[in-house]
Design a protein around this ligand. Structure first.
Ligand SMILES: Cc1cc2nc3c(=O)[nH]c(=O)nc-3n(C[C@H](O)[C@H](O)[C@H](O)COP(=O)(O)OP(=O)(O)OC[C@H]3O[C@@H](n4cnc5c(N)ncnc54)[C@H](O)[C@@H]3O)c2cc1C
Length: 365
């Protein structure tokens, strides 16, 4: 069975690894630039299941995804020797007013009702967990099981793991169109001259997924939502806990590096870090952890979250309306969190549909 994957971000690479692990021998990842070139290496790396989920169904799915990392990080280390820096650094979500405290209280109670660890803290208790936290707060919710990984390390580990598992990785290779024969996706074209035939094609092109020619028109569009990040370095390292306020966050890596984010911008694929973006990110970071103003500004960057333009914004995962084409895209703010569970679901879907069609052709012969 030959499987071709369009895009070498976390979705493409994790899916390739899962297919290889399940015994598929002929898997090729086609990547326009280099694997991990885009959103996947640019992410902050939070596995913030309890903070990011919007309803109970998402909460269960996100928590399962977060927990999958405990085993997956060990599997990747064993296969590659690369540590993806998986840590349960916990999250403190900050309230400035009594109204916000009540909102956090409701969230904490709902999560505890689900059997998850969550606590509502007053300012003194919150500051005993994170001494760098501003004293100017009304309270905070603490989620001790929230975690993080280092995305560039994750992508390095995935690339080494898939190469060792026999997956072919073709960098610098742009898919110019999906090839449709008789209403079935039978492969991809690479420019004018080369066609790669495949039993299954996986669309994992991130925020460019809707721009790949041949993608069925009836699929919801995947559009880019730009996010900017700023890397600071504290010497000596002081912060230990991820801090959240609204859309602003501060993610300490534990070694002095602190990722501060982020913006949510509808500007297409404009690759710019803006003065206003950096200004708002740093302003929000200093408001939650004032001594960050003394840290060194190391660098800033931006990239594009793949966001599904439907009312629910649910990621596109599994079978598509075009037989032969499978989807692993549209994970918006949570693609790192959801990578392993998405890879499992997509691999399962491809292999189940392959065995169903083998059974069909046997019964017809
Ligand atoms: C600023 C920011 C912060 C984030 N923080 C977090 C976080 O803390 N936690 C979290 O879980 N998620 C986070 N995310 C979201 C996460 O990064 C994404 O959801 C995830 O990386 C998407 O992975 P992907 O593989 O779908 O896309 P990408 O990583 O963008 O990969 C898609 C790949 O497809 C390639 N490609 C495109 N078109 C073609 C073509 N025609 N032919 C060949 N290759 C092609 C591209 O070059 C690219 O490498 C963040 C995102 C941003 C931008």
């Amino acid at each position: 069975m030959r499987i071709v994957i369009v895009g070498g971000g976390v979705m493409g690479c994790a899916t390739a690894l899962e297919l290889a692990r399940r015994g598929v021998k002929d898997v090729t990842v086609l990547e326009r630039a280099v694997p991990g070139a885009e959103a996947s290496s640019a992410a902050a790396g939070m596995l913030a299941a309890q903070i990011e989920s919007r309803d109970e169904e998402e909460l269960d799915r996100f928590v399962a995804a977060r927990e999958a990392y405990a085993t997956w990080s060990g599997v990747l280390r064993e296969a590659t020797g690369i540590d993806i820096a998986h840590r349960r650094s916990g999250v403190l979500s900050i309230a400035r007013s009594e109204v916000e405290v009540e909102r956090l209280r409701a969230n904490v109670e709902a999560q505890r009702g689900h059997g998850l660890r969550a606590e509502l803290l007053d300012a003194t208790k919150a500051r005993s967990i994170e001494r760098e936290l501003t004293p100017d707060l009304a309270g905070a919710a603490y989620y001790p099981d929230e975690a993080q990984v280092d995305p560039p390390q994750l992508l390095r580990a995935l690339v080494v793991a898939i190469a060792r598992a026999g997956v072919v990785i073709r960098g610098g290779t742009t898919v110019s169109t999906l090839v449709n024969e008789g209403g079935r996706c039978v492969g991809v074209a690479l420019g004018e001259r080369e066609v790669l035939l495949a039993d299954a094609v996986v669309l994992a092109a991130g925020s460019w997924s809707s721009l790949v020619p041949g993608v069925p028109a009836e699929l919801p569009k995947v559009r880019p939502v730009r996010g900017q990040l700023v890397l600071l370095e504290e010497r000596p390292p002081r912060l230990g806990t991820i801090l959240f306020e609204g859309h602003a966050y501060v993610v300490p890596r534990g070694d002095g590096r602190v990722i501060c984010g982020s913006t949510m911008e509808d500007v297409g694929h404009r690759r710019e870090v803006t003065a206003a973006g950096v200004h708002s990110i740093l302003g929000a970071a200093f408001a939650v952890a004032p001594r960050l103003a003394e840290a060194e500004l190391v660098r800033s960057w931006c990239n594009f979250r793949p966001s599904v333009a439907s009312p629910e914004g649910t990621p596109l995962v599994g079978a598509s309306p075009l037989p032969g084409l499978f989807l692993a895209t549209g994970h918006h703010r949570n693609g790192i969190l959801l990578a392993k569970v998405t890879a499992d679901a997509v691999a399962e879907c491809i292999l189940t549909s392959a065995s169903a069609s083998t059974a069909r052709s046997r019964s017809q012969s």
